[in-house]
Design a protein around this ligand. Structure first.
Ligand SMILES: Cc1cc2nc3c(=O)[nH]c(=O)nc-3n(C[C@H](O)[C@H](O)[C@H](O)COP(=O)(O)OP(=O)(O)OC[C@H]3O[C@@H](n4cnc5c(N)ncnc54)[C@H](O)[C@@H]3O)c2cc1C
Length: 395
C-alpha cells in the first residue's frame, strides 16, 4: 500500500539519516536531510567496521559494490595479551558464505560522504551546516527550526542525530541521558611498515593498563584505536600531552604499539563512549528516533552502524505499509526494540572485558578467552545472520 506521506525531515547526516532518506525516496517522499556539521568538518571521525547485517541493507540500496570498493575486508580479529602472545581469534573469512557478506573496515568520513552523495543522487535535499535547534508540532505537520533561523515543515521528522540527540531532548524530554560505559576512545591512521601485523586482520591487545586495537589496512596503513577508562586522561586538551599519556599507558606492552602511536600524524578523538540500554519511548507525535538517538551502543560489539542501517530500512518499510505515521512508529519500535537492546547489552559486556586486569585476573583471562570467544561468536552469529527485508509488508 502506498503511504500518504509526502514530506519528511531527517535530522542527522551520519549513517541512519541518509539511509532512511534513500528508502523514503523509493516511496516518492520529498526528503530533506539536515546535517549540523559543515562540509569542511565532515572528515572528523576515525573508522568503523560494517558487519554482514548492515552490509545487506547497503546491498538492498544497490551500494554494495561501491562500499566494497571504498573499504577493506576484515579477515578476522586476533587477541593478544600484554606480552604479545596470541590468546584467541575470531575468523571472518567464511562469513561471506555463512552470512552473505564479510565485515569491512571503512573510514567514517568515506562512509558519510558515500551515503550523503547517494541520498542526494536519489533526490534527497542533503544540507550540511544545517543544525536543528527547535521543534514544534502544528496540526498535520511538524516544524524544525535551524540555527540559521530557517524553519522547515514536513509530515514527519526522523531523529537520526546520534547519541547526544537534540531531537530526543526536544521531543522526548523525559528520556534518560546516555550512560558512560567507563571507556574512552582515541584513534588514528599511521604508516608503520614494521608493525608485526597481518594485512586484513585486526589485532586486539589487552595491554597492562589499556586496550589497543589495530587493523592492518591494504597499502600499509595501520588504523588503530585505544581504549582506557580514565576519563580525565582522555580529556587532556593538548594533543601532544594526550599522545604522551597514551604512550605511558602502553609502557611495557608490545613495543610496536608505541611505534604506531608515535607514527600517527593526528590523534583522533577523544570520545567518551556512552550507551542507552533502554529508552522508554522512541517516538512522540510526528517525531521518531532511530539509530544511536534511540539505542546508542558502545563500539565494542561493532554493531552500532549496522543497527542504524537496519533501522533505516525497517522504519521506511513501516511508513510505506501503514497509513498513520504514529502507527508506523509504534510498529517500528515494536519490531526493533528487543534486537537492539540485546546488542547494546552485549556491547557493554564486551567493553567491560577490556578493563585492565591485575596479574591473577589476566592469567585467568588468557586461559578462559578461547571459551569466551566461542560464546561471543555465537552471539555474534545471531547479530550477523539477522535479516531485515524491504519486500514483505510490515503487518
Ligand atoms: C569511537 C567509535 C568507534 C565506533 N566503531 C564502530 C564500529 O566499528 N562499528 C559499528 O558498527 N559502530 C561503531 N561505532 C558506533 C557507530 O558510530 C554509531 O552506532 C553510528 O554512527 C550510529 O549512526 P547514527 O546515524 O545513528 O548516528 P551518527 O553516525 O552519530 O550520526 C549523527 C549525525 O547527526 C548530526 N547531528 C547531531 N545533532 C544534530 C542537529 N541538532 N542537527 C542536525 N544534525 C545533527 C551529527 O553531526 C552526525 O553527523 C563507533 C562509535 C564510536 C564513538
Amino acid at each position: 500500500m502506498r503511504a500518504p506521506l509526502r514530506r519528511a525531515l531527517v535530522v542527522g547526516g551520519g549513517i541512519a539519516g541518509p539511509t532512511v532518506a534513500m528508502f523514503l525516496r523509493r516511496l516518492g517522499v520529498e526528503v530533506a536531510v539536515l546535517e549540523a556539521r559543515s562540509e569542511a568538518d565532515r572528515d572528523a571521525g576515525a573508522f568503523l567496521g560494517l558487519a554482514p547485517n548492515g552490509l545487506q541493507v547497503l546491498a538492498e540500496l544497490g551500494l554494495g559494490a561501491e562500499i566494497r570498493a571504498r573499504s577493506a575486508a576484515c579477515a578476522g580479529l586476533r587477541f593478544f595479551n600484554a606480552r604479545g602472545r596470541c590468546i584467541g581469534q575470531i575468523d571472518h573469512r567464511e562469513h561471506a558464505q555463512r552470512f552473505g557478506a564479510q565485515m569491512v573496515m571503512i573510514r567514517r568520513a568515506e562512509l558519510h560522504r558515500t551515503l550523503m552523495a547517494a541520498a542526494a543522487e536519489r533526490g534527497a535535499d542533503c544540507r550540511s551546516g544545517a543544525k536543528v535547534v527547535a521543534l514544534a508540532e502544528r496540526p498535520g505537520e511538524v516544524v524544525a527550526r535551524l540555527e540559521s533561523g530557517e524553519a522547515l515543515a514536513a509530515d514527519v521528522l526522523l531523529g537520526c542525530d546520534g547519541v547526544r540527540s537534540r531531537v530526543r531532548a526536544l521531543a522526548l524530554p523525559a528520556s534518560p541521558t546516555p550512560a558512560f560505559t567507563g571507556l574512552c576512545d582515541v584513534g588514528g591512521f599511521a604508516r608503520c611498515p614494521d608493525a608485526p601485523l597481518e594485512p586484513g586482520w585486526t589485532a586486539m591487545t589487552f595491554g597492562r593498563r589499556a586496550f589497543f586495537g589495530a587493523f592492518a589496512a591494504p597499502g600499509g596503513e595501520v588504523w588503530w584505536f585505544h581504549n582506557n577508562g580514565a576519563r580525565e586522561t582522555m580529556q587532556v586538551a593538548d594533543p601532544e600531552q594526550r599522545r604522551a599519556s597514551i604512550l605511558a599507558l602502553h609502557a611495557g606492552d608490545p613495543p610496536w604499539i608505541a611505534d604506531v602511536v608515535r607514527a600517527t600524524p593526528t590523534l583522533l578523538g577523544p570520545w567518551a563512549l556512552h550507551d542507552i540500554m533502554t529508552l522508554p519511548r522512541w517516538h512522540a507525535g510526528r517525531v521518531c528516533l532511530l539509530g544511536d538517538a534511540a539505542h546508542a551502543t558502545s563500539p565494542s560489539a561493532g554493531q552500532g552502524a549496522s543497527l542504524a542501517l537496519e533501522d533505516a530500512l525497517v522504519l521506511a518499510r513501516c511508513l510505506r505499509d501503514t497509513a498513520e505515521p504514529q502507527t508506523a512508529f509504534a510498529r517500528f519500535e515494536q519490531e526493533r526494540r528487543a534486537r537492539v537492546e540485546a546488542v547494546v547489552r552485549q556491547a557493554r559486556k564486551n567493553g567491560d572485558g577490556k578493563a585492565p586486569a591485575g596479574p591473577v585476573a589476566a592469567w585467568f583471562r588468557d586461559r578462559m578467552l578461547p571459551l569466551f570467544l566461542r560464546l561471543g561468536a555465537a552471539a555474534q552469529a545471531r547479530f550477523y545472520e539477522h535479516r531485515v527485508e524491504w519486500s514483505p509488508p510490515a503487518g
